[in-house]
Ligand binder design. Structure first.
Ligand code: ADP
Length: 407
C-alpha cells in the first residue's frame, strides 16, 4: 500500500508518499505560502536532484492539497498514475491532549476531539485540522489517520506531569505537562534498542531530540516516564528561539521593567511576552547572532563570548536532564542523540558527554566523528551505550497508518 503523510502548518504543508512495500519514499513535497501571495509547491525525489515546481495561487489548504495530488499524479513528474493508488493518509497532529494515547483512524468524533484541544495547541491544531479537512475534501473515501506528537508521553505518571499549581487547574483546564516530539522519541528509543539487539522493554533509555526545538525524554522499559517539554513546546532546554524553562516571575519582572527609549513599556501584554519567549529567546536571544546552531558554533569558535555562553547553556541543560533522568529511572542503559543538532553536532555530543564516566558513560571521540548516521559512538568500555540515531517521524506515521487501516 502507498501511504501519504501530511504535516500541515498554518501557511505550509509538507508531504511524503511512501510505498510501504519496502518502506520506500517515492516523493517528498512542500507547499509554501498558502493563503499568501506567491504560493509554491516543490516536489523532490530520493537520490535525485530533480525537482517539480508548481507556482499558482493557493488561497486555502484545499488548493494546496489539490496541487499536491496534481504533482503526485503528474504525467512526467508524478509517482503514481492516479489518486486511487494512495491507500491512506497519515496526518501529523500536534496536540492530542489527554484524549489520545496512540494514533487513531480519523472520524467525526476524532475531529471534535482535536478541535477541543485547540486551546492547548492554538497555533498548530487549527492548521492540522485544516490539512485534514482539505485532504478529506479532495480525497473523499480515503481512510485517514491522526498521529499525535503528544501521544507517546501519555504514559508519564502524575508526579512527572503535574505542575505545582492548584489542582483545580489540572481538573478544570487540563494544565499539565504533555510533552512533544513523541513520535521521534518513540522511534529512536525503539530503534536504539533494535540496533543493540535488545528490546526497548528491557532498557532504560534517555533520548535527546535536539533540533530547532529540542526535548529530552526518559524512556523506562519502553514507556515514557518524563520529558522536558510541557503544556507547550516552550519548556525544557534552551532552543533555537525558545527560552526553555525559567522562573515564571521573570515574565512579570520584564513586563514591568523593560522600557523603550521613550519610556513606554517594551512589552505590551502577555501575548507579546510569550512571543519574546517563543521567537526571540534561546540561542538567538542569548547569542544575538542566530537561532541556527551552525552559526552559533562558528561564532563561538571564532571567540564570540555570547555565542560561547549560548552553546554552554544548551550543553549544560542537556547534561542536567541526563543526570535527572538517570536518577528518575534508577540508571540508564543508553543515551541517544537525534535531530539536526543531535545527529550532526559532533562537538556538542562530546561536550555533553564529558565527565559522565562516574555514571558508566564514555564517548569514543573517534567513533563520535559521525554526522546523520546510525552509529554506536560509545567507548568500548562504556557500560552505557551512547548512540546517534537519525530520527524518522514520517516512517512512524506511515507504519501507524498502515496498521490502523488494515486492522
Ligand atoms: P527542526 O526542529 O526544525 O526539525 P532540525 O532537526 O532540522 O530542526 O535541526 C535544526 C538544527 O540542527 C539547527 O540548529 C542546525 O544548525 C542544526 N544542525 C544541522 N546541521 C548541523 C551541523 N552539521 N552541526 C551542528 N548543528 C547542525
Amino acid at each position: 500500500m502507498k501511504i501519504l503523510i501530511v504535516n500541515a502548518g498554518s501557511s505550509s504543508l509538507k508531504y511524503q508518499l511512501v510505498d510501504m512495500d519496502g518502506e520506500r519514499v517515492l516523493a517528498k513535497g512542500l507547499v509554501e505560502r498558502i493563503g499568501i501571495a506567491g504560493s509554491k509547491l516543490t516536489q523532490k525525489y530520493p537520490d535525485s536532484e530533480e525537482k517539480f515546481v508548481i507556482e499558482t495561487d493557493m488561497p486555502t489548504h484545499v488548493q494546496a492539497c489539490e496541487n499536491m495530488l496534481k504533482a503526485l499524479t503528474n504525467d512526467k513528474y508524478g509517482v503514481v498514475s492516479s489518486m486511487d493508488e494512495i491507500g491512506a493518509v497519515g496526518h501529523r497532529v500536534l496536540h492530542g491532549g489527554e484524549k489520545f494515547t496512540e494514533s487513531v483512524v480519523i472520524n467525526d468524533k476524532v475531529m471534535d476531539a482535536i478541535r477541543e484541544n485547540i486551546p492547548l495547541g492554538p497555533l498548530h491544531n487549527p492548521a492540522n485540522l485544516m490539512g485534514i479537512e482539505a485532504c478529506q475534501q479532495v480525497m473523499p473515501g480515503t481512510p485517514m489517520v491522526a498521529v499525535f506528537d503528544t501521544a507517546f508521553h501519555q504514559t508519564m505518571p502524575p508526579k512527572a506531569y503535574l505542575y505545582g499549581v492548584p489542582y483545580k487547574y489540572y481538573l478544570n483546564l487540563h494544565v499539565r505537562r504533555y510533552g512533544f516530539h513523541g513520535t521521534s522519541h518513540r522511534y529512536v528509543s525503539k530503534r536504539a534498542a533494535e540496533f543493540l539487539g535488545k528490546k526497548a522493554e528491557d532498557m532504560r533509555i534517555i533520548t535527546c531530540h535536539l533540533g530547532n526545538g529540542s526535548s529530552m525524554c526518559a524512556v523506562d522499559h519502553g514507556k515514557c516516564v518524563d520529558t522536558s517539554m510541557g503544556i507547550t513546546p516552550l519548556e525544557g532546554v534552551v532552543m533555537g528561539t525558545r527560552s526553555g524553562s525559567l522562573d515564571p516571575a521573570v515574565l512579570q519582572f520584564i513586563m514591568n521593567n523593560a522600557k523603550n527609549e521613550n519610556g513606554t513599556p517594551e512589552i505590551k501584554d502577555i501575548d507579546d511576552m510569550l512571543n519574546v519567549l517563543n521567537k526571540k529567546s534561546g540561542l538567538l536571544g542569548i547569542s544575538g547572532i542566530s537561532s541556527d546552531m551552525r552559526d552559533v558554533d562558528a561564532a563561538a569558535d571564532a571567540g564570540d563570548k555570547r555565542a560561547q555562553v549560548a552553546r554552554d547553556m544548551l550543553v549544560y541543560g542537556i547534561r542536567k536532564y541526563i543526570g535527572a533522568y538517570a536518577a528518575a529511572m534508577g540508571g540508564v542503559d543508553a543515551i541517544v542523540f537525534t535531530a539536526g543538532i543531535g545527529e550532526n553536532g559532533v562537538e556538542l555530543r562530546e561536550k555533553v558527554m564529558e565527565g559522565f564516566e562516574y555514571m558508566g558513560a564514555k564517548l569514543d571521540p573517534e567513533k563520535n566523528k559521525v554526522r546523520g548516521e546510525e552509529r554506536d559512538v560509545s567507548a568500548d568500555d562504556s557500560k552505557v551505550k551512547v548512540l546517534v540515531i537519525p530520527t524518522n517521524e514520517e516512517i512512524v506515521i506511515a507504519r501507524d497508518t498502515l496498521e490502523l487501516v488494515t486492522k
